[in-house]
Design a protein around this ligand. Structure first.
Ligand code: FNR
Length: 191
């Protein structure tokens, strides 16, 4: 089964984006395996933190997890009509040291949720422009601009609303196909 490194742009315990990502993981379970990448221990980017060319261990771990995955999924809260610093920081570390870009040629997707009616559209679109620069092979359609409503989800974290499950299931179908279609063959070292 294809492995998806999931980067959630919120560190807080009760994050709706984390809940949303977990609900997507349940829906994807037959097709894709979601592996959540911990970003809470990743320091702010500072070139001085490299020791003999090696980044700090939380960064090295994050980079290994992204590099070992078949695809990346960004789950994006919207902050001030953009995406949160925690994701920009992860992306910046991911592309360094120069020439060792962990995101290079990775199939990728973006989803996000907010209580607000615009559904993170502005935040996602800022993120899109950055991801294309760092060589993520980004799926453009379908888009998931999701207004979070607690009643759409069950206590166990699954999607309880049938129309929502269909909509999100459709996204996951397309994302699974996108990964198949755009994956470069892994090198022996990666396999
Ligand atoms: C927000 N929020 C927000 N929501 C939105 O729809 N558009 C926006 O531009 C902003 N801006 C914003 C800035 C900052 C600094 C914060 C902390 C919050 C509200 C945001 O969507 C809400 O707090 C979500 O619950 C954040 O996602 P998590 O942390 O629950 O996953």
């Amino acid at each position: 089964m294809k492995q998806v490194a999931v980067l959630v742009g919120s560190l807080r315990r009760d994050s709706i984006n984390r809940k949303f990502a977990e609900a997507l993981g349940h829906l994807a379970a037959e097709r894709l395996e979601f592996n959540f990448v911990e970003l809470g221990d990743v320091p702010m980017y500072n070139e001085d933190l490299f020791v003999e060319g090696q980044p700090p261990e939380p960064v090295a771990r994050m980079k290994r997890e992204i590099e070992g995955a078949d695809a990346v999924l960004f789950v994006v809260p919207e902050y001030n009509r953009s995406f949160p610093a925690v994701l920009k920081n992860a992306i910046d570390w991911g592309t360094r040291p120069y020439g060792r870009n962990s995101f290079a040629a990775k199939p990728g997707g973006i989803v996000g949720t907010t209580p607000g009616a615009t559904g993170t559209a502005a935040g996602q679109n800022h993120l899109k422009s950055v991801l294309t620069v760092v060589d993520v092979v980004l799926m453009g359609q379908p888009e998931v601009y999701f207004q979070y409503k607690p009643e759409l989800f069950a206590e166990d974290g699954t999607v309880s609303d049938a129309a929502t499950a269909r909509f999100l299931g459709g996204y996951l179908d397309r994302f699974a196909k996108w990964i198949e279609r755009t994956s470069e063959p892994k090198t022996t070292a990666q396999a």
